[in-house]
Design a protein around this ligand. Structure first.
Ligand SMILES: [Zn+2]
Length: 256
């Protein structure tokens, strides 16, 4: 029985991964995600349903377009595979019952994939995944814990949003340029909704440590000026969520 759930989640995850890829590669370019339907980005040939089966189409066509034989980016394959695996991981961590933690973990992993694609590629975080995630988590809090908990989550989100907004103002003043993107600040709201105030702050602090080595390499070796911060914020959030008891212990230890 449990294997059926894993297979279902893997397929479900791959289908969503495929959708996230379209959303986060077309969205930043202001292209519609509905029309035109999927097409080869090289020869523009429309793709048939048989070209769109996650993982399998890529493998059967050996990573090439069926029409022009141009190599298709390995990114499609990786995104579909990882979304499928992460959805299974959520069930492994929080199953076998479909609990609050399981659904939140699923949403959190989905948001990770969305932000990795758009922020690493285009230095942007789309509003739609942030809005959908916030609304769904608000709804889950409401259903599982009642109106007070859901309101508290929104307040925590607003406080973290305000905190990051302040960091941005100070950063812009100190570095005389854009220090934090608007997407990062909006993302802080979602982190507050998911983790609450104390753990949310913990995640934001952890994210700077995660981003440091990448920022260092990116600015020194690759000579790039911009560093996407969103992937590190959402990764830190996922780490704090999955290892929550350890972070709660740490906070209690530090503040007693
Ligand atoms: Zn083609």
């Amino acid at each position: 029985m449990v294997y059926i759930v894993y297979i279902f989640l893997f397929v479900f995850g791959m289908v969503f991964g495929s959708f996230f890829h379209v959303l986060n590669t077309r969205g930043p370019k202001n292209e519609s995600i509905i029309t035109p339907g999927s097409y080869c980005t090289y020869c523009k040939h429309p793709l048939a349903w048989s070209d769109l089966i996650p993982l399998l189409s890529y493998l059967f066509n050996r990573g090439r377009c069926r029409y022009c034989k141009h190599k298709i980016s390995f990114e499609y394959f990786v995104v579909e595979l990882f979304t499928g695996l992460l959805f299974c991981l959520a069930y492994y961590l929080y199953g076998p019952s479909f609990s609050y933690d399981f659904f939140v973990c699923l949403l959190l992993f989905a948001l990770c994939i969305n932000i990795y694609i758009s922020d690493f590629k285009y230095y942007i975080i789309l509003d739609s995944p942030l809005v959908v995630t916030s609304v769904l988590i608000f709804g889950l809090k409401f259903v599982f814990f009642g109106p007070k908990a859901s309101l508290l989550a929104v307040v925590s989100g607003l406080v973290l949003f305000g905190f990051m907004f302040l960091v941005r103002i100070i950063g812009n003043y100190m570095f005389k340029r854009e220090s934090l993107g608007g997407g990062d600040i909006k993302l802080a709201f979602v982190i507050g909704v998911i983790l609450g105030l104390r753990l949310g702050l913990c995640a934001l602090i952890l994210s700077t440590f995660l981003a440091l080595p990448y920022a260092f390499l990116n600015t020194t070796l690759a000579q790039k000026k911009e560093v996407p911060f969103g992937p590190f914020i959402i990764s830190a959030c996922a780490l704090v969520y999955v290892f929550m008891p350890k972070f709660v212990d740490l906070l209690n230890y530090l503040f007693i």
